[in-house]
Design a protein around this ligand. Structure first.
Ligand SMILES: NC(=O)c1ccc[n+]([C@@H]2O[C@H](COP(=O)([O-])OP(=O)(O)OC[C@H]3O[C@@H](n4cnc5c(N)ncnc54)[C@H](OP(=O)(O)O)[C@@H]3O)[C@@H](O)[C@H]2O)c1
Length: 347
């Protein structure tokens, strides 16, 4: 039995500090799971919420939404999970549902069992970045590009013969975008990244890596050496103003560019679409895809067609969150996902 309270990392106020406090351990309601959180992934949005006061108006709040753990208690009506199952899921910014704590709740319909070939830490690298990827590519418009979702083998390869471009292949998001582009059948799959990541990104499915340090003005010439076909889909996992402009320039008429941050393209034309993806499955418009996706995720991980990010564990349990976020903010994380183990927290 979990204790009635547990340590949680609160952001105490808008633009405030992260503070370790005690939170009440909730009971799972119908359709829910109570999970003992073993690993939580760090995301850029966590420091952006603190620094820019984005998204959240009500404080104190707990953040952290990449979560993996073991099921502690099963709510009424849940038959697909049992106590002790290892699960991964996307938390949300609520006291009983966020990840930077030792226990939280999740809807069983948007959780997946973790197969034995994946560690809890690797599993915690998956939910947020894969959510942005899956919604951006496969949710019906306007939340996503509306491509055929390749979760099951029979639905794969639908985009065969079409080229795909992703900015930032070594980002956490970019690594899942490459893998799904491959499952959808796109080829070639071209990405920008530091060349030290070339071998890894090719193992995920990228066919061509363009050095991210090259000037973006040279991009059309570099692409022309690889393909002359039009890009119907461009995914910008960086979404700086200059990558968005460069992506929009190479996008075909009628094509769709998916961006992960606010749209910044200056000269929009009516024939090209931009989708600013919001990678959460809790919206009414994204929930159906989320349930469908999470029902297939365990099988995709077991099959090895989706591989988690490489991970680095930051020591100190929840006390590792602040130094980890500082590293993310100062661009000191390269091609890996930072993970903390909340159960190792010393209060
Ligand atoms: N909208 C959504 O739902 C959503 C969801 C998740 C993330 N995001 C956003 O997506 C962005 C990426 O997040 P993340 O967690 O995937 O990032 P991340 O893994 O922390 O990104 C780090 C990687 O970015 C690479 N990089 C930095 N600038 C680059 C550039 N100009 N071109 C190519 N690569 C570059 C770095 O390359 P080196 O290895 O060369 O240093 C490093 O490997 C963030 O802005 C995040 O806030 C949005």
């Amino acid at each position: 039995m979990p204790s009635q309270t547990h340590p949680s990392l609160y952001l105490d106020s808008k633009f405030g500090n992260f503070v370790l406090k005690t939170n009440k351990t909730p009971k799972p309601g119908p359709g829910e799971l109570l999970v003992r959180i073993e690993a939580a992934g760090l995301n850029p949005v966590d420091w952006k919420i603190q620094k820019y006061g984005m998204f959240i108006e009500s404080y104190p709040v707990i953040v952290g939404t990449d979560v993996a753990g073991t099921v502690e208690e099963v709510g009424q009506g849940v038959s697909s999970f049992a106590k002790g199952d290892r699960v991964l899921y996307q938390g949300s910014w609520a006291e009983d549902r966020a990840g930077y704590q030792q226990y939280n709740l999740i809807d069983a319909s948007t959780a997946a069992k973790i197969p034995s070939n994946i560690s809890l830490e690797e599993a915690a690298s998956i939910p947020v970045a894969i959510g942005a990827t899956v919604i951006g590519l496969y949710n019906p418009k306007p939340q996503g590009a509306g491509l055929v979702a390749p979760f099951e083998a029979s639905k794969r390869g639908h985009e065969a013969g079409k080229p795909f471009f992703v900015f930032g292949g070594a980002t956490s998001v970019g690594q899942y975008v490459i893998q799904f582009a491959k499952l959808s059948g796109f080829s070639p799959i071209i990405t920008t990244a530091s060349l030290k990541h070339e071998q890894h990104l090719k193992s995920l499915g990228a066919t061509h890596i363009i050095d991210r340090h090259n000037p973006l003005s040279s991009l059309p010439d570099e692409i022309a050496k690889i393909t002359t076909k039009p890009f119907e889909i461009v995914f910008d996992a960086i979404s700086a103003s200059e990558t968005q402009e460069a992506g929009y320039n190479i996008l075909s008429e009628g094509g769709t560019m998916i961006v992960v941050l606010t749209t910044q393209v200056k000269s929009l034309t009516s024939g090209k679409n931009i989708i600013h993806v919001f990678g959460v499955f809790t919206l009414p418009e994204t929930r159906e895809l989320g349930v469908q996706f999470y029902s297939q995720l365990e099988a995709m991980l077991k099959e090895g067609v989706i591989r988690p990010n490489r991970v680095e564990v930051v020591p100190g349990g929840l006390n590792g969150v602040v130094p980890g976020l500082e590293r993310l903010q100062s661009d000191q994380v390269s091609g890996t996902k930072l993970i903390v183990r909340p159960q190792e927290t010393i209060v």
